[in-house]
Design a protein around this ligand. Structure first.
Ligand code: IYR
Length: 225
């Protein structure tokens, strides 16, 4: 029998719920993916807290199928940079990136150079545990691992933003080298690489617009609300 415990968060009146929503939107709307980092250090405690916040994410069967590897070691960061740039160079210049993909990311102004992998004080690599491994070595199936890790990733990004730091969802492709460099087991698949730090004082971001509510939402409303 599962054990249940009471859950009694304070009840928020509707007007305050909306006011809080406005504040959340205003804050989330200032988040941007940043590719130019200041080299300034970020305390390990900040990274630990962001990981703990992310690790509160819901997950399939509460299996929490994620591993966060946080790297501040310059030498390891550099090895990651060299390997990521080698893959990205093949994508951008070796014709491995189909024209349609190139067009889709053109407005982001990215190329194969990934200086931020040396400069950002932390590289947090999020791994998806595709399956679990029991103490006796047998495989334990994980349910909705990818979705769960995606949610944890979003919560990590929100925590980092809330803390006044910036990050980037970097997905050098393919990402298998991260497993090798970081010595992770074969049941872990690199999901995303998140450089974390403060933005460079002269950082710029592409002038993007977010889709309007009408473009992203459809309401099927009853007449009681
Ligand atoms: N992985 C490459 C290309 C790239 C792909 C997407 I999807 C982006 O949103 C941005 C870039 C890179 O990191 O440069």
């Amino acid at each position: 029998m599962p054990k249940f415990v009471p859950y009694r968060p304070p009840r928020v009146p509707p007007a305050e719920t909306v006011a809080r929503g406005e504040a959340v939107l205003a804050e989330m709307n200032t988040r941007r993916s940043v590719r130019q980092f200041a080299p300034d250090p970020v305390p390990r405690a900040a990274i630990e807290l962001a990981i703990r916040a992310a690790s509160t994410a819901p997950s399939g069967a509460h299996q929490q199928p994620w591993t966060f590897v946080a790297v501040s070691d310059q030498e390891v960061k550099h090895r990651i940079r060299v390997a990521a740039e080698a893959e990205e160079r093949r994508n951008y210049e070796g014709g491995r990136m189909p024209p349609e993909w190139r067009d889709a990311v053109a407005r982001l102004g990215t190329d194969w150079h990934k200086d931020f992998l040396d400069i950002a004080p932390w590289l947090v690599v999020l791994f998806e545990q595709v399956h679990g491994v029991r103490d006796d070595g047998s495989v334990r199936k994980h349910y909705y691992a990818r979705e769960s890790v995606g949610i944890a990733c979003g919560m990590f990004i929100a925590a980092i933003h809330r803390m006044g730091l910036v990050t980037l969802t970097h997905t050098p492709s393919p990402m298998g080298f991260l497993r090798q460099i970081l010595g992770r087991p074969s049941n872990e698949r690199p999901f995303v690489l998140l450089p974390v730090g403060y933005p460079a004082p002269d950082a710029v971001v592409p002038d993007l617009r977010r889709k309007a509510l009408e473009q992203v939402a459809i309401f099927v409303q009853g007449d009681r609300d």
